[in-house]
Design a protein around this ligand. Structure first.
Ligand SMILES: [Fe+2]
Length: 306
């Protein structure tokens, strides 16, 4: 399977096609250095990945989710402008934003203004779903004047008939605010389930195995990654190698977005560019370990022994 990655700059995008499945860490580092060099004219990488879900209905195959996270809106900069342009031009069916709209919680009004500037043209184009992260004041969701569908420990049906899935989200702006069981409880028709949860470690405390895909952020991909080492500090109770990308934990797939912004103590990204990920849902008819390996790109690893 191919993972298609390109960088969108102020000028024309530069396409690169990388074949996943190569296990050499050296090659991974080289790819990141190339991305960093090309990104000098445009700070946001777009990554397209296929997510193979067990027994996904045929009618849902090809559904495309633009996963964005950790905007940390504190000023309107090149990342904001570039990411907005990308979300206005990329091919996807729905955008899922997994928290950290804010930066400092007491400056929520500033972050809200920038978030509305960022999202205003996007909500006119595609459905936008959102959850809160640990940097967010709940007021950002309550006061936003746009048609963003916030998911506060609840879910909605996306699509119709056999082409529908259940999209749930949890509040993770303060400790103990999230309730995954409540968020998925509305899935009465046992639809395929996607859960938006800011913390990727949420995947280890799911109520059962009915959740097919978890969308998370928070780690910023490690924000600073070192050659041959990768992420130094995932900032969550997950293995370092799970700080970004697509992973499988039991039956559930987990996508960890590297996000767009940065946060303290060091507002720097190194070998870890800001990213918008377009996830294309595809069907996996078998659930054997052999079948799993067959569908995993290089960035996939088992989160826990299974
Ligand atoms: Fe963040």
């Amino acid at each position: 399977m191919a993972g298609r990655v390109f960088v969108q700059g102020d000028r024309a995008a530069t396409p690169i096609v990388w074949q996943y499945g190569v296990k050499s860490r050296g090659i991974e580092v080289a790819k990141e250095l190339i991305a960093l060099r090309i990104a000098k004219d445009g700070p946001v990488v777009v990554s397209e990945r296929e997510v193979a879900l067990v027994d996904l209905p045929e009618q849902l195959c090809g559904f495309r989710i633009a996963h964005v996270s950790d905007m940390h809106f504190s000023k309107w900069d090149r990342v904001c402008a570039c990411a907005q342009r990308l979300l206005l031009s990329l091919d996807y069916d729905a955008a899922c934003l997994t928290g950290d709209f804010g930066d400092f919680r007491h400056l929520w009004e500033r972050s809200l203004g920038l978030a509305e500037r960022f999202l205003a043209p996007i909500v006119d184009r595609k459905p936008v779903y959102a959850t809160l992260g640990n940097h967010d004041s709940r007021k950002i969701a309550l006061e936003m004047k746009l048609g963003v569908r916030w998911l506060h420990n609840e879910g909605v049906v996306v699509g119709e008939g056999d082409a529908a899935f259940y999209l749930a989200g949890v509040d993770q702006n303060v400790a103990g605010a999230d309730d995954v069981a409540a968020a998925v409880s509305g899935n009465k028709a046992s639809l395929p389930t996607v859960l938006m949860a800011h913390y990727p470690s949420t995947v280890y405390r799911l109520p059962d195995d009915r959740i097919d895909l978890v969308l998370s952020g928070h780690t910023h991909g490690g924000q600073i990654r070192l050659p041959f080492i990768g992420c130094v500090w995932p900032n969550d109770a997950i293995p370092r190698e799970m700080a970004r990308g697509l992973h499988r934990v039991g039956r559930t797939m987990l996508h960890v977005s590297p996000g767009l912004g940065t946060s303290l103590p060091v507002r720097v990204r190194f070998l870890c560019p800001a990213e918008i990920t377009v996830l294309k849902l595809v069907r996996k008819a078998v659930s054997t370990a052999e079948g799993d390996r067959e569908h995993q790109p290089e960035t996939v690893s088992a989160g826990v022994p299974v």
